[in-house]
Write a new protein. Structure first.
Length: 202
């Protein structure tokens, strides 16, 4: 199967994957409504003194900010239920992007890798509404792809891109980011030892 046919099939699968989200009125997620509620509180915080009596606004540089930042424009345009569905659809459509980036970096079949990642589509974390975790997993995969590219090119531009992807992953969820940094760190040490010993690793 050629590259063009693979891409067509991947995006067809991705579009079909949005159907279960589109056909329901509300996302059947556990924590999703709480995320939307807190996003709405952040959006309207300055407009109501009532929120200030129970909440304090916190936009410090810490994990789990991504979805709340994403909800700000979405809640301005759509109802809370539609805003949550938009986040879920965005996640489903970003899985092919992470797949294609990682497959290109590994020089493997994009379609096969996408099918291997298919369980991520509607997994436990997704239905629990752990959207930051889900997005961070995708960013971690893109980060791994960028690291593989950096190993080949040693280009400053690729180093900056890896830093930016890692930073974006940090702002979504700490755990996948820590795994990304652990893999990159261990891989860098391994290939440094390879270079000094002359033994090929991986």
């Amino acid at each position: 199967m050629n590259s063009k046919h693979e891409l067509i099939l991947i995006w067809l699968f991705a579009i079909l994957g949005t159907a279960p989200i589109l056909i329901v009125d509300y996302m059947p997620s556990h924590d999703g409504p709480a995320h939307v509620y807190l996003g709405q509180v952040l959006r309207l915080f300055d407009e109501s003194p009532l929120f200030g009596a129970y909440f304090s606004e916190n936009w410090n540089f810490q994990p789990n900010l991504f979805v709340y930042a994403l909800l700000q424009p979405l809640l301005s345009l759509f109802s809370p239920g539609v805003a949550e569905k938009a986040i879920a659809i965005l996640y489903v459509l970003l899985i092919p992007c992470a797949t294609i980036a990682l497959a290109n970096a590994l020089r493997q079949s994009r379609l096969v890798l996408y099918l291997l990642l298919w369980p991520m589509l509607y997994g436990f974390m997704f239905f629990f509404g752990f959207y930051n975790f889900c997005f961070s997993l995708l960013l971690a995969l893109i980060g791994l792809a960028q690291w593989r590219r950096l190993r080949r090119t040693n280009a400053f531009r690729d180093m900056i891109l890896l830093f930016l992807v890692s930073l974006a992953a940090y702002f979504t969820h700490l755990f996948p980011t820590a795994n990304l940094l652990l893999i990159v760190g261990a891989g860098t040490v391994a290939h440094t030892l390879q270079a000094t010993s002359g033994t090929r690793i991986g």
